[in-house]
Design a protein around this ligand. Sequence first.
Ligand SMILES: O=C(O)CCC(=O)C(=O)O
Length: 269
Amino acid sequence: MSIIHRLVHLNSIKRFSVHQVLSILISPFYSSNILRQPFSTLLHATSGKPGSEVNCHFGVKNIHTNLANLVPSLSCMDASDDSTFSTLSSDMLIYENFIDEEEERDLFNEIEPYVKKLRYEYDHWDNAIHGYRETERRNWTKKNKRIIQRIRDLAFPPEVAQLAYVHILDLHEDGHIKPHVDSVKFCGDTIAGVSLLSSSVMGLVHEKDETKWAKFLLGRRSLYIMKGTARYDYKHEVYGGDKSVFKNRPIPRDRRISVICRNEVAKYS
Ligand SMILES: O=C(O)CCC(=O)C(=O)O
């Protein structure tokens, strides 16, 4: 079973009672424990063609070396109604320009030799993702290890056990990810992904009430942190083609690589 299919169990979603704890304006995160993972985890990459790049504009220019200064951008979010906006604004955080161009290049240069040997896959058994290839990576060059650690430090409190393998998901320029909730069997309450090569739009729709939805502009080199309600109660998808629109503005989708860190499922005694 591929990494993405192990993570995406469309019909086996167990609900957790998760409350929203973190305010969007604080980031008291520290170094994390990365525990050894018994199974491999998650993701994908492309052609070297410059990808599309769009930002939410009014976002604060993040000073990425100092996590305490990072501020998520609310302007990267659109929602069906105020209550959905308010709920998701603390559970789906977008940090624009989380990495700079050089860091994007460094990550790409490490990922590309692996993914380019793979074929893009289409129409898999549960049809959850279309036009992708993926791998997972545990060991990184020194420079990239620092970037991965920055993602982990921002996304996970120190006591949280994390999946040691980072999922690399390479979505073809024509590819898209259909609405799904990640498997609650294989990953914990937080998903943190950096976007390389292209901006894209991620849609969230409430599992039980489809009138509640939100869209997020995932700018090239941005980081999203999806947790709590956003992770468990909403299906997420990444649009392709004409559907890649944010606040009436087309967001052209190129090949997109996401570098995704996850935590382990919490063990309850
Ligand atoms: O590419 C992404 O950032 C999202 C991937 C995704 O939907 C998933 O891994 O569940």
